[in-house]
Design a protein around this ligand. Structure first.
Ligand SMILES: [Zn+2]
Length: 325
């Protein structure tokens, strides 16, 4: 068989495998077709076959999340090495058509970045960077359904790229809200508001309701009973049990100072609370030391008593301890 003829057959058999949904086989055959094209110096064709191989590798790895992620990365790298324009592909669920290669690449970038953003060893800046990258990539695809979102736990269902972009934006705003709630409650509210709107639009009502609660918590303003400072945000103060009595109740009523009490509790900012807590910890430490010493003393008394008993029955101190030395 002439090389040209052999090459034509390889391409044909690769396409057949893809048409039948035998994606693993299609992946292998397109790789062979690409190598054959290179040997015939048909470089542009070779790049298209490499790219198709990388798509079918993704299609064949949907049952294994880790494998799918590495296949998506492979697709992205294949395109980066040798960009191609358009490809005609047979997709999962029998879909068939011509697509811009960039559409697949954007899906890979978006899904990989969204997945990266959930890695626990990443700092906030890096996570935000990844989520921005995901949003941008998904928005370039627009309203088309994603091919692989259903097979990745970060999304887990068939969604449009616009929806995935919305979720990336919402996740970013949520994380920034969380971050600022520790240092700047007003900024935290701004980010949480963006997150709540995005989750509502995405119909993620479960998270939406959580965010609304967080906003209410961050907005709460109280006054510390001890230092008198105004404090914003639920996580920056605690309620401590206290005895108020009629005099103080009247006084608070008169001064309209209700921000520093909550029923029978007083509001104490975290700083004042930490000072009280330190004193308590120190006292507890002293108490523990005292108890240790008492226990030691008790043991000594116990042995002394045994020694005395032994002497009284006519033995020696040695017998009292078993005479082993
Ligand atoms: Zn205080």
């Amino acid at each position: 068989m002439k090389p040209e003829e052999r090459y034509g057959k390889l391409v044909h058999s690769a396409e057949n495998a893809a048409k039948l949904g035998l994606f693993e086989e299609a992946y292998k055959r397109y790789l062979k077709a690409a190598e054959s094209a290179i040997s015939l110096n048909r470089m542009q064709e070779a790049y298209v076959w490499y790219f198709l191989a990388s798509i079918y590798k993704c299609n064949s790895s949907i049952d294994d999340e880790k494998y799918l992620l590495s296949s998506l990365y492979n697709l992205y790298e294949t395109y980066n090495k040798h960009p191609v324009d358009k490809v005609t592909v047979y997709m999962l669920g029998g879909a068939f058509g011509e697509f811009p290669a960039k559409r697949f690449v954007n899906e890979a970038i978006g899904l990989l970045a969204l997945n990266n953003a959930k890695l626990t060893n990443m700092g906030l800046e890096e996570i935000v960077e990844n989520l921005d990258k995901a949003t941008k990539a998904f928005m370039e695809i627009g309203n088309d359904y994603l091919f692989y979102s259903k097979y990745l736990s970060i999304i887990n269902k068939r969604v449009t790229a616009n929806y995935a972009a919305l979720i990336s934006e919402a996740n970013k705003a949520y994380l920034l809200g969380e971050y600022y709630s520790d240092i700047d409650p007003t900024k935290a509210v701004e980010h949480y508001m963006i997150a709540s709107r995005a989750y509502r639009t995405a119909r993620r009502m479960d998270i939406y309701r959580d965010v609304i609660k967080l906003i209410q918590g961050v907005r709460v303003t109280k006054k510390c009973w001890i230092c008198g400072r105004e404090i914003q945000g639920e996580k920056h103060f605690v309620y401590l049990d206290a005895k108020l009595g009629p005099y103080f109740e009247k006084l608070i009523e008169k001064n309209q100072d209700k921000h520093s009490i909550h029923g029978n509790k007083i509001v104490v900012c975290n700083v004042c609370y930490s000072a009280i807590d330190n004193i308590v910890q120190e006292e507890q430490r002293k108490l523990r030391q005292l108890i240790d010493r008492l226990l030691q003393l008790e043991r000594t008394v116990y042995y002394m008593k045994k020694v005395l008993d032994a002497i009284q029955v006519g033995g020696t101190a040695r017998n009292a301890f078993g005479g082993g030395y």
